[in-house]
Design a protein around this ligand. Structure first.
Ligand code: NDP
Length: 279
């Protein structure tokens, strides 16, 4: 990304369907449903986040919707993602699950609905169901998650609808360069989950050295690294001070030399399930 390209918390990347996705979102995996989830989303919205990443599997879609409605923000200002869980694959089940997630959120539509995992056998039918959900207006954009290049090739060969987004684990310790390039070539926006390595690599010496050089925290450097690769980030925190820290990533730049050094941290380290081993 050229240094001149200015990003801020309101920046959205263009998707291949004409919609736009905010570059920073709040992830809510493992955020307990009820008061904690509602307060976490409210705090993030008050801090200027306009994008929340939930899923049926996280059991907090209802809370996400409640907090967004309670914020009083115009619906168009907030971008919400949810996902089709593994036991909801197949035409009828996927249609039912998408409509149900939409009802749970209570926001009129889902901005982005993703296939959570490339479950073998039924994922093609599920994708066709997502296309229908988009036609029905249940979801404005549709995409996939945890798809590797062969999964994407299979989808592109069997459907004329290209996913708007592929959400995958992505950080310097799992710099999926080939997948990023493939997605860029096909107009698929890559989105980074576990962008903070779930906290597991924040004490890496090289990362700490670069963070000291740019005068930022390791978490901020990881998020900024992904943004400079033009990848959307959805860090999770339930702590107000970290929710704030994680949004302070728009007023500094990582030099190309330091970007290269971060790229070289790649060690194929996964915090999550490996999509090569299909669920
Ligand atoms: P993250 O990489 O976002 O890390 C979250 C962890 O880091 C939490 O333990 C949090 O603790 C801690 N943390 C947050 N901010 C800081 C900070 N500034 N300094 C130090 N520690 C910090 O992991 P996630 O797995 O949550 O990934 C982000 C989001 O991606 C998820 O919430 C979910 O929305 C999505 N996701 C999607 C998956 C998929 O299959 N599609 C799989 C996994 C995640 P604390 O809360 O105490 O601050």
């Amino acid at each position: 990304m050229p240094q001149a390209m200015q990003l801020d918390i309101g920046t959205r990347f263009a998707l291949n369907d004409g919609n736009r996705i905010p570059v920073l979102g709040l992830g809510v995996f493992e955020v307990p449903s009820g008061r904690v989830a509602q307060d976490t989303v409210s705090t993030a919205l008050a801090e200027g986040y306009r994008h929340v990443d939930t899923a049926k599997y996280y059991r907090n879609e209802k809370d996400v919707g409640m907090a967004i409605r309670a914020s009083g923000l115009p619906r168009a200002d907030v971008f919400v993602t949810s996902k089709l869980w593994n036991d909801d694959h197949g035409t009828e089940r996927a249609l039912g699950a998408g409509r149900k997630s939409c009802r749970q959120l209570g926001l009129g539509h889902i901005d982005l609905y993703l296939i959570h995992w490339p479950v073998a056998g039924l994922r093609g039918k599920s994708w066709d169901a997502l296309v229908r959900l988009r036609e029905e207006g249940v979801a404005r954009s549709i995409g996939v998650s945890n798809y590797r290049v062969p999964h994407l090739e299979e989808l592109l060969a069997s459907s004329s609808t290209v996913p708007a987004v592929n959400q995958v684990e992505f950080h310097p310790f799992l710099y999926q360069k080939e997948l990023l390039r493939f997605c860029q070539r096909h107009g698929i926006q890559l989105e980074a989950y576990a962008p903070l390595t779930k906290g597991e690599r924040l004490r890496d010496p090289k990362l700490i050295e670069i963070a000291a050089k740019v005068g930022r925290t390791p978490a901020q450097v990881l998020l900024r690294w992904a943004l400079q690769h033009e990848v959307v980030v959805i860090p999770r925190s339930v702590r107000p001070e970290r929710i704030r820290e994680n949004r302070q990533i728009f007023d500094f730049h990582i030099s190309s030399k330091e970007m290269d050094a971060l790229d070289r941290l790649d060690e194929g380290f996964r915090t999550d399930w490996n999509p090569d081993k299909e669920p």
